[in-house]
Structure formats: C-alpha cells, structure tokens
Design a protein around this ligand. Structure first.
Ligand code: TXA
Ligand code: MG
Length: 352
C-alpha cells in the first residue's frame, strides 16, 4: 500500500550501524518478509527485557529467534529432528518458524522459561544482511504494541514504537504481510500453532505427514491463554486488533449491513474483496485484492488506515472457508474479538 522511496531503504551503512546498536544492547526495527520485527540481541537478557517493556508484552511470552541461516540451528536447538532439517531446507529463508527443544544457554528471557525455542530465517535482504553482520541470533517479535496490529512498513514501526527504538531499518512494505507459520516440532506430533503463508499442505509435502492445526477460535485462544500450554501470544483472543470495532460479514449481506449501520448514524468503513462499491457517500469503501496472497500483503496496512479514518465500525467482507484463506481468517477472527474496547462485538444477526 504505502509506497517507499528506494532512496529511503536501508543500505549497507545503516545495516552496519544496526548491528553495532544490537551489540550495544539497543533495540532496532527490522524488516522481514512477513511483518516488521522489534529486534534485540537474543543472548543479551537486558536487551531482550527492553523488547517486553517497549511492547508492553507480558514477560512470559516467548520470542522468535531469527538466524542468518540453517547452519546456526545447532547453537540454539538440540535433538533437531530430521523433519526440522527437511523443512529448513525447503522453506528457509522464509515465513516458517520451527519450535524445537532449546540448547543450553538460550536465555529464559527469550523462551518465556519454556524448554523450547522458536527459530526462523527470514526471507528479506535487509534482515539477512543484518543477521550476517550480527552473526548471531536476533530475538524479534512483531514491532507493535502488545495486542495491536502488526506493522508492515517502517512508518508503522515509527508511529507505534518510534520513541523506543534506536533505529528503524526501512526495507519497504513487507511482501507476505502476515506473521510466519509456527510449527511445533518439539512434541513428536507436528502441530501448527499459528497458520501463515506456509500451509499444512506445504509442510505435509515435505515431511510426508500432515501437521495437526491447533484450532484458532477466539474462545479456544482465550482458554489456551488460561491453561499451562506454551504461551503463544498470537493465540490470545484479543490480538491483531484495531481500536475500531470490527465485524466480519458475508459478501451476500455486506452492502446491506453497512448501509443499515450507516442509517443508524454510525460512520462505517468497509474492507471489501469481491463486493462492488455501491458508491454510498456514507461509507468509506476500500477494495482489497481478491486472492489470499494479495489480500494478506495489504491486510494490516488496510486495517491501520481504516482504523484511523474515524469510523465507528470497520466491516470486513468474510473470507471463504478454504485452506488458502485460513491464516487470514485466523487474523481477522481475532481482530474482530479484540477490536474496540477489547470486548467481543456480537453481530445481532449471529445466533451464538
Ligand atoms: O513473522 C513472524 O513470525 C514475525 C517476524 C518479525 O519474524 N514475528 C512474530 O513474532 O510474529 P511475535 O512475537 O509477534 O509472535 C511470535 C509467536 C508468539 O505468539 C510466541 O508466543 C510464539 O511465537 N512463540 C515463540 N517461541 C515459542 C515457543 N518456544 N513455544 C511456543 N510458541 C512460541
Ligand atoms: Mg506479534
């Protein structure tokens, strides 16, 4: 969405400076192909602590460690299963995070005290240049405040956390646009903890068995948050959320419901995919790409823009219930629950 002047994109000198800042225990905004990360030296407990205070994130939520390449795996994980090697070879650099048993020396601050660690090699030239210059693991959650929309441009990071980071490396708009697939390989049975651009089918093609997908309904997310399960903040109900209440409405009812809300005096922003703009002056209408990759690429920038346009409601055209839309439905489902003041906004037409 937001175009970036190539002249503003990070060059070698910025990358060297960012690596120095990381070594000095500072935080840096780092582009990846998924979303921007809030980066710190994963072995520096004080620096990692700064991530949690900057985000306002509970300190027992584990962070993903980003590596320059798969050869670094052995420093961070032990008992690396063959499936992990096969998946790393197939998808790294790329939007897949592997949860593995952690090696000694991986700080509790990074793993949330768990005996596992999340690892990935991001597919972005600036991130890879930084990782190579730094030559060690970089802990980086998405560079948003806890529970809010992940940033997909350098400007988003500056808006949200500009006062907390020493430097934001500009890598342009993130190509994928939603967070990596998280696959837990630490318990024998492979389980997808967070769906992303790499699907269960993609994984099955490589390892010859289908991972289970931890279901992502908001109530189950809330229940998981209460339980002793590994804490995946992406599984909390109120996540990825705009401040404006968000409703998901099937295409067949989209225009009618938006008009009804507007008729009741609400200002309504619409994110459509297949529905045509009815040119109703009361609606702020935005069309998103109709294919999942294009839709994901623009999703968070669209939500940010619509959140900022002063509407009382954001109405989003619901997605097909097919596997290629699963990661997007997951994010939008949580956005609906977590939006507004954090309470679920129940559509009066919903039976539940
Ligand atoms: O695409 C991404 O994964 C982005 C970019 C910056 O790499 N990062 C990201 O980080 O989304 P974050 O912290 O916002 O989400 C990572 C998720 C969290 O929900 C965390 O709980 C989970 O990964 N996670 C990390 N380590 C884990 C572990 N050992 N076991 C279970 N979940 C883990
Ligand atoms: Mg996040």
């Amino acid at each position: 969405m937001t175009g970036t002047d190539p002249a503003q994109q990070a060059g070698e000198r910025d990358v060297r400076r960012a690596a120095e800042l990381l070594r000095a225990g500072e935080l840096v905004g780092m582009p990846t192909e998924t979303v921007y990360g809030l980066a710190a030296d994963a072995l520096n407990v004080d620096a990692v602590g700064k991530i949690f205070s900057a985000k306002g994130r509970p300190s027992d939520h584990p962070l993903i460690v980003h590596l320059p390449d798969a050869a670094h795996l052995v420093r961070w994980a032990r008992a690396i299963p063959k499936e992990a090697i096969a998946l790393a070879n197939a998808f790294w650099p790329g939007p897949l995070t592997l949860i593995l048993e952690r090696e000694e020396g991986v700080p509790d601050a990074v793993t949330g005290g768990q005996d596992t660690v999340g690892l990935r090699v991001p597919d972005h030239p600036v991130a890879l240049a930084l990782l190579r210059a730094f030559d060690s693991g970089i802990a980086a959650p998405s560079a948003n405040r806890f529970g809010r929309i992940s940033p997909t441009t350098a400007a988003h990071v500056r808006e949200e956390l500009g006062d907390k980071v020493a430097l934001v490396l500009d890598g342009g708009p993130c190509q994928v646009g939603i967070e990596s697939t998280i696959l837990d390989l630490s318990r024998g049975m492979p389980v997808i903890l967070r769906p992303g651009a790499i699907s269960a089918d993609d994984i099955a093609r490589v390892i010859g068995r289908r991972p289970a997908v931890r279901t992502s309904h908001a109530e189950e997310g809330a229940a998981a948050a209460e339980s002793d399960e590994p804490r995946v903040s992406g599984s909390l109900a109120a996540h990825y959320a705009p401040r404006t209440p968000l409703r998901l409405i099937p295409a067949a009812r989209l225009v009618e419901e938006a008009a009804t809300l507007a008729g009741e005096g609400s200002r309504v922003a619409v994110l459509a995919r297949t529905c045509a703009d009815p040119k109703d002056a009361r609606l702020t209408w935005r069309n998103a790409p109709a294919d999942p990759a294009g839709f994901a690429h623009e999703l968070y920038a669209n939500l940010r823009d619509l959140d900022a346009c002063g509407a009382d409601f954001i109405v989003v055209e619901a997605q097909p219930e097919t596997p290629d839309w699963q990661a997007i439905s997951d994010r939008l489902g949580r956005a609906a629950v977590g939006s507004g003041d954090g309470e679920a906004e129940l559509d009066e037409h919903d039976e539940t």
